[in-house]
Design a protein around this ligand. Structure first.
Ligand code: URA
Length: 434
């Protein structure tokens, strides 16, 4: 077997065997296959795609390139979730405590976010004292006590993905369904949950710009998970506008805490209910409809909020900050931004919102940079609302940028206006049950 032959076979649209894929990945990780050959192979996959069997083999080979956990051995049935990423996505902070309150364990391992806003780890680390660098035993102990825990990923999880993802970023091969599917699922499967719910975002703020592509990606990931013996469902959700009202690490913790106390914007609520109902149902807690009722009760009884408080304390965080938000710290500089015109809001650009959040300090420009936990945006208006000229559209805040006037001007360009109201896209677009 030579790398040249495998590149040629894929370039001509052939199907690679499990052994061929396994050999290629192991040889790349060990350094025997150089970057230029792997780049050519990845580009061939972009043009010729992969069958479901090849995608599953690639997922398995990548998963086995590093540490593989079997959490179900230690925790029994447990469920994980993964989001393909979007602006204002704080669903994990709401869905995980809901599941925990309903007796379904959620062991969550996350990476640090690189991009417009931080990841789940960055959001939680805005709580004073909160630790995500947990030993394996500590992680398991907290899941057993609080029903869920969130730990930062270790360096030895799926090294093949780290190496291949860097190469994909440099060779315009990120945007390819079998490559995204194997990258996401190898990491999810390596962390060892027996059930996985995927939140696949669709819209101009997501990797998948159309609902059709989001469905293809969902089916590819579900098929890879099932072929490796895991239960998996996918929910396609809207990312044509930022999710909820708050964007930024500490601000998203506040929005999640408020949601768990029963005060949640409608778009965020619908997605959290769908995701948590599917997580519980996959774990055997009932039908999706029955689990949705349980999820609603977990919020109204306060049990889900209590689970969030308990997990926060066990991970060293000050749980009072989930009620007294001043303990999360306040941005030094705050600017209210007013509407330049009257009309109905017909669009809020995710991409522009993300870039503004990044320039305020809420995200990470490089892996080494740190995030400002107080930075971010609060939207006062959303798509479908009517505004008069001069009404407040939102607030931008930062502790690292002193003069916010330029960013405030940019923020007005995030919004599109029309004379007539436009219908809102549903927040839950499709549920693909496992
Ligand atoms: N997220 C991942 O982890 N991998 C991809 O390929 C795309 C998004």
């Amino acid at each position: 077997m030579t790398t040249y032959d495998l590149i040629m076979k894929k370039r001509r649209g052939g199907e690679l065997s499990e052994d061929e894929i396994q050999w290629l990945i192991m040889s790349y990780v060990s350094g025997d296959v150089p970057d230029y050959q792997m780049s050519a192979f990845l580009m061939a996959v972009c043009f010729s795609s992969m069958t479901a069997k090849e995608t599953a083999a690639l997922t398995l080979a990548m998963m086995n390139s590093g540490d593989v956990y079997d959490l179900s051995e230690e925790l029994g049935t447990c469920v994980d979730k993964h989001s393909t990423g979007g602006v204002g996505d704080k669903v994990t902070l709401i869905a995980a405590p809901i599941c925990a309150a309903c007796g379904v364990k959620v062991p969550k391992m996350s990476g640090k976010g690189l991009g417009h806003t931080g990841g789940t780890i960055d959001k939680l680390e805005s709580i004073p004292g909160f630790r995500t660098a947990l030993s394996h035993d500590e992680f398991i102990d907290i899941v057993n006590k609080a029903g869920f825990a969130v730990a930062s990923q270790t360096g030895s999880l799926v090294p093949a993905d780290k190496k291949i993802y860097d190469l994909r970023n440099a060779t315009a091969t990120v945007d390819c369904i079998p490559l995204i599917s194997s990258s996401v699922m190898s990491k999810k499967l390596a962390t060892g949950a027996s059930c996985i719910v995927l939140d696949v975002k669709s819209g101009d703020g997501a990797f998948m710009k159309t609902d059709e592509d989001a469905e293809s990606l969902s089916l590819s990931m579900i098929s890879a998970a099932r072929s490796l013996g895991r239960k998996c469902s996918a929910i396609i959700t809207d990312m044509s506008k930022p999710l909820g009202r708050n964007v930024g690490n500490g601000l998203e913790v506040i929005e999640a805490a408020e949601a768990l106390k029963g005060r949640c914007p409608a778009d965020l609520y619908e997605i959290c209910m769908a995701i948590s109902a599917h997580m519980m149902s996959l774990a055997g807690a009932g039908t999706v409809d029955e689990c949705r009722i349980k999820a609603e009760k977990a919020i109204s009884s306060g049990d889900a909020f209590c689970a969030f408080e308990k997990m926060t304390e066990l991970q060293g965080g000050n749980s009072h900050a989930l009620t007294d938000y001043s303990l999360l710290g306040k941005a030094k500089n705050i600017l209210e931004v007013r509407s330049p015109k009257s009309g109905y809001i017909n669009r809020i650009s995710c991409e522009k919102t993300g870039l503004i959040a990044l320039s305020l300090g809420a995200g990470r420009k490089t892996k080494e940079s740190s995030v400002d936990p107080t930075a971010g945006i609060i939207f006062e208006r959303t798509v479908g609302d009517h505004v008069n000229k001069g009404a407040v559209l939102g607030t931008v805040m930062s502790s690292s940028v002193n003069d916010l006037s330029g960013i405030g001007e940019e923020f007005t360009k995030v919004f599109g206006f029309s004379e007539k109201a436009v219908p809102c896209r549903p927040s839950v677009i499709k549920e693909i049950s496992g």
